[in-house]
Design a protein. Structure first.
Length: 526
């Protein structure tokens, strides 16, 4: 098949009309791309005889031979990194928050290591093809600020383990070890998706995955794409799909944007958001994209790929309204109910957490972005999902604090956090979603655990919390280690136990001592 320079293997396959390339171990269900950023492992494929490669991360190139993922074999050859870097401040993540933190620490005269799992700076928000950086002025300023001889930049270097030692904090990566007196955690987030019947069909992807395909490879996930979930991110994804040539018949928003009116001060404090919303409205009007609020996709239909979805009207409590269903034909669905912060490294270091307005487990920080562990700072989505502008503001504050420099004289952090709280209240995950999840619906995509098995762990086996459900029924014990199913399993467990979701339920799926896949060869070399 033909490929374009800079495309990922997943994007090249989708562009060639291939939507699925492996089958699950248990049910033999077809799988292709889902998260699009390497978090879910749905897109595993064998590349040039090496199994278990994530197609959404591997760059395509002429001459590659692709095959369905093999059952055995190592996850690629070990890359024995010999790097041993020692710096004042290590920043993990090169998205908006990480770039800002690195720049602030450099400006304070510190030596800095910027460690990132990706090959290009910008994170998911400023994802871009090689050689074509975003024209965004904020991105250019942040990248320009790290053009400094005191910066050590490690790319394609996912941190798989973090620990505190006598000589500082040690970050273990495939490229080697980074030791730093202080650490800034800016690892970002991935899409939060709640299950519904048919959500594991090829063609159903996360909204972030759909955007990653467009930004990184210039490929639309389908020809006719329904965008659904909750949050203003859906507007950006729908606009990107339209620009890429896809037909977007409807954007399905489960929340109620009218709730912003209850907190007009928070909205007026972020006037740029109003301008952005007006731009999207004009785009949708020109392309006849419908925008339905208090609606949700409650089922996807198809045999080997998605062919249609059921969209249901929701009542005030987020329950489907009887008779309020309609079926919409499509060949792809982009769905997201906000984002889940990546907390593995911070939790491995012992950092404290709290539950945010959106129901997420996030890191607890003070007004200088200090976590509960001395020497560890955090910025961006890990402290609460709030968008790129808040991430940059927090990053600058965290970088200055980690470098021992004074805080910026004026910072918009408090104002932008107020807007983020208003946003979460307006775009809540519908409380009734567990009711549209049948017992036969898969919850854990990796281990193929159904909602019925999760419920049975409570009603028949006596589980009283999400950790016990995980042990009894195995959700969260597969490739992705609960990244995709953790939130849903925690909520389903709480409903089955007839109580609210607790911090302990959420934490049961957030702790991952080994944060990224690592081969035995890499462990031996380390």
């Amino acid at each position: 098949m033909p490929v374009r320079g800079g495309q990922s293997v997943a994007a090249a396959l989708i562009a060639a009309g291939v939507g699925a390339w492996r089958a699950t171990r248990g049910g033999g269900r077809p799988r292709g791309v889902f998260c699009g950023i390497g978090a879910c492992f749905d897109c595993l494929i064998t590349v040039d005889g090496v199994p278990h490669q994530r197609a959404c991360l591997v760059p395509s190139r002429p001459g590659m031979v692709l095959a369905p993922d093999a059952a055995g074999g190592a996850m690629g050859a070990p890359s024995r990194g010999g790097v041993d870097v020692r710096v004042d401040v290590a920043v993990v993540g090169a998205g908006p928050a990480g770039l800002a933190a690195a720049g602030a620490a450099l400006a304070a005269g510190r030596t800095v290591a910027l460690v990132d799992a990706g090959s290009r700076p910008g994170g998911q928000f400023w994802r871009h093809p090689e050689g074509r950086p975003p024209a965004d002025r904020a991105y250019q300023e942040l990248v320009g600020a790290i053009d400094d001889g005191r910066l050590t930049r490690l790319v394609d270097a996912a941190v798989w383990f973090a620990e505190a030692g006598d000589d500082g904090f040690r970050l273990h990566t495939a490229k080697g070890v980074v030791t730093a007196a202080r650490v800034v955690i800016a690892t970002g987030a991935y899409d939060r998706v709640v299950p519904f019947p048919g959500w594991d069909l090829p063609g159903v992807v996360t909204a972030g995955g759909a955007q990653a395909l467009i930004k990184g490879s210039g490929v639309a996930v389908g020809r006719r794409v329904v965008v659904a979930g909750a949050g203003p991110f859906l507007l950006s994804v729908a606009a990107g799909l339209v620009k890429a040539g896809a037909d977007v018949p409807v954007v399905v928003e489960a929340g109620d944007p009218r709730r912003y009116a209850a907190r007009p001060g928070a909205l007026l404090a972020a006037p740029g958001k109003l301008i952005e919303a007006a731009r999207y409205a004009a785009t949708f009007a020109a392309r006849r994209v419908r925008y339905r609020t208090r609606h949700a996709v409650t089922a996807a239909h198809g045999t080997d790929a998605v062919e249609a979805v059921t969209i249901s009207a929701l009542d005030r409590d987020g329950n489907p309204v009887a008779g309020g269903e309609r079926r919409v034909a499509c060949d792809a669905v982009a769905v997201s109910y906000g984002f889940v912060p990546q907390l593995e490294l911070a939790l491995a270091l012992g950092c404290g957490t709290r539950v945010d307005v959106d129901g997420n487990l996030v890191l607890a920080v003070d007004d200088r972005q200090r976590t509960t562990v001395d020497g560890v700072y955090a910025a961006g989505e890990v402290t609460g999902v709030g968008g790129w502008a808040l991430a940059v503001a927090e990053g600058r504050l965290a970088g200055a604090s980690a470098a021992g420099a004074p805080a910026p004289a004026r910072t918009p952090v408090a104002r932008l956090r107020r807007f983020a709280a208003a946003m979460h209240r307006a775009h809540r995950v519908p409380g009734g979603w567990p009711r549209w999840v049948s017992d036969a619906t898969l919850v854990c995509r990796c281990e193929e655990v159904t909602a019925g098995a999760v419920r049975a762990a409570v009603t028949e086996l006596g589980a009283t919390d999400a950790r016990a459900v995980k042990l009894f029924a195995r959700p969260g014990m597969g490739w992705c280690q609960g990244r995709m199913c953790g939130y849903a399993t925690a909520c389903l467990t709480a409903v089955a136990c007839e109580r609210p979701t607790t911090m302990a339920d959420l934490a049961a799926f957030a702790h991952r001592p080994v944060a990224q896949p690592v081969t035995l060869g890499e462990l031996a070399g380390d």
